[in-house]
Design a binder for this molecule. Structure first.
Ligand SMILES: Cc1cc2nc3c(=O)[nH]c(=O)nc-3n(C[C@H](O)[C@H](O)[C@H](O)COP(=O)(O)O)c2cc1C
Length: 134
């Protein structure tokens, strides 16, 4: 049977709530990509914009020991200035070799998901089995 893990980054909580809702569908576990510092506030929003635009990969906290025991990883990110969240970029750059099959979801404020899923595919080197934009 397929073993599924939901991996997500969330700044203001939307992506986290969707991650928990997806997880409840199959009683799957979740794993959050965390940062050492908060991204709340106007200056931190500016940092999001700069980091996303420059494709910065900030330091993250993530326990990767379990990754290889799952054959499907569902990865969730908020859209920020049309790009994947930079902590998700960090996650993918470090752990891409531990990923088998992937699916992607994103939460966003605008009607179009833009190229977020293409960016996730490029960063992971994988074609997703499914995508969902909310
Ligand atoms: C700095 C900043 C940039 C954003 N840029 C976009 C964007 O380019 N496109 C979009 O659809 N939503 C954009 N949003 C909205 C977020 O993607 C949306 O609120 C998302 O659900 C946040 O997820 P979170 O609560 O998990 O952090 C932006 C939000 C912020 C704060």
């Amino acid at each position: 049977m397929s073993k599924t893990l939901i991996v997500f980054y969330s700044n203001t909580g939307h992506t986290g709530r969707i991650a928990e809702a997806i997880a409840a569908l199959g009683n799957w576990p979740t794993a959050e990509i965390r940062e050492l510092t908060s991204r709340r506030g106007a200056w931190e929003n500016l940092r999001c914009v700069i980091e996303s635009s420059l494709k910065v990969r900030p330091r993250i906290e993530f326990d990767a020991t379990v990754l290889s025991s799952f054959d499907l990883i569902i990865i969730g990110t908020p859209a920020g200035v049309g790009r994947i969240a930079s902590p998700v970029r960090s996650f993918l750059s470090r752990h891409v070799h531990s990923l088998q099959r992937v699916a992607f979801f994103c939460t966003r404020g605008s009607k179009k998901a833009g190229t977020v899923f293409d960016q996730l595919s490029d960063a992971s080197g994988k074609t997703p089995v499914s995508t969902m934009a909310i």
